[in-house]
Design a protein around this ligand. Structure first.
Ligand code: NAP
Length: 300
């Protein structure tokens, strides 16, 4: 239980509703900022403006999954209130106050570091990334169906990268009957791909391996699907780039060659916001409980 813990949830999208629900169940004291247009009446939860929060007694701040913009703005889909996450605001919090977000950027890192508070990036955690890979793979299936005129079953699919997303995507497409090959650079990854009964290839040989594919799904956040790789693909190839912005594809060249290439960020929040919210909520509940327990023990 989180009885006695004061958590400020500032901004976000539909995923935060699951966080609110979960933390309410656990009896946390919640201050919701940037939710004034939210119809859902969460009983016992206070909606307030950012300047109304008494940050001196806030034990944890939960920011949107994307953290802040590069100039500190906190986005919310439930309010028109303009909110900025600043050093002045964070400085008011107790030393033990922890900031949670999905990802970070230079601005957020700088603010948190300058004030010396702990910052947890939930999406860096293996458990969150692996759970999130499930709606990501489902979203990828949706996109491939929408942008091709043949079945996934029987299609030749190249997945680039065997990280948390790549592994789930490769396995899911194979389960649908696609002929999946996976490109990686580490020998243990190549071994794992073979163990999964998929076709492994080294990324050094990428150009050779895209000559006969229908779909290329990139998960590598590095320029990998270069102009020379795209030049070798059949003209009908669909490229879906899942890697974080700006992706790993030369989109300019793909367009020039007439190859359909789509950057597809944030699929979990698009195709399954409730599940994506629950993934974040469950991990947050564990982390906040552990934090509360530790502070109680330190007080003894
Ligand atoms: P991950 O577990 O770190 O996997 C990344 C993969 O890329 C690894 O196989 C890694 O191989 C490879 N890689 C990295 N840099 C490389 C390079 N320079 N050359 C060759 N291979 C390289 O990451 P993940 O959790 O799978 O996420 C992958 C990407 O998808 C991230 O950018 C993430 O933000 C994004 N993502 C997107 C969505 C969406 O909805 N589109 C959802 C979730 C995640 P090594 O082990 O050899 O380094």
């Amino acid at each position: 239980m989180l009885t006695g813990m004061h958590v400020a949830i500032i901004g976000g999208d539909a995923r935060q509703l699951e966080v609110i629900r979960k933390l309410m169940e656990l009896d946390a004291r919640l201050s919701l900022v940037g939710f004034d247009q939210l119809d859902h009446g969460f009983a016992g939860v206070t909606k307030m403006k950012i300047h109304e929060v008494d940050f001196h007694e806030v034990d944890a701040i939960i920011l949107p999954v994307h953290g802040t913009s590069m100039d500190g703005e906190i986005q919310t889909v439930f309010s028109n209130e303009k909110m900025t996450f600043t050093e002045e605001l964070l400085r008011q919090t107790p030393m033990h106050c922890t900031v949670y977000s999905g990802i970070t950027n230079d601005y957020l890192d700088r603010v948190v570091k300058s004030v010396g508070r702990k910052h947890v990036q939930l999406f860096e955690r293996d458990d969150v990334a692996i759970y999130n890979s499930i709606p990501t793979a489902e979203g990828t299936i949706m996109m491939v169906i929408q942008h091709t005129d043949v079945t996934i079953h029987g299609s030749r699919v190249a997945v680039l990268g065997l990280g948390r997303v790549g592994m789930t995507v490769a396995r899911t497409f194979a389960a649908l009957g696609a002929k999946v090959k996976v490109g990686a650079r580490r020998s243990e990854h190549l071994a794992r791909i073979a163990e999964m009964a998929l076709e492994p290839f080294h990324l050094n040989d990428l150009e050779q391996h895209v000559k006969d594919i229908d779909v290329c799904i990139n998960t590598i956040p590095h320029p990998i699907v270069t102009a020379s790789v795209i030049a070798k693909m059949p003209a009908h190839t669909l490229i879906i780039d899942l890697a974080s912005k700006p992706g790993g594809t030369d989109f300019r060249y793909a367009e020039k060659r007439g190859i359909q290439a789509l950057l597809a960020p944030g699929l979990p929040g698009i195709v399954a916001p409730k599940t994506a919210g629950q993934i974040v909520a469950n991990v947050l509940a564990q982390l906040l409980s552990a934090d509360l327990k530790k502070r109680k023990e330190n007080k003894k």
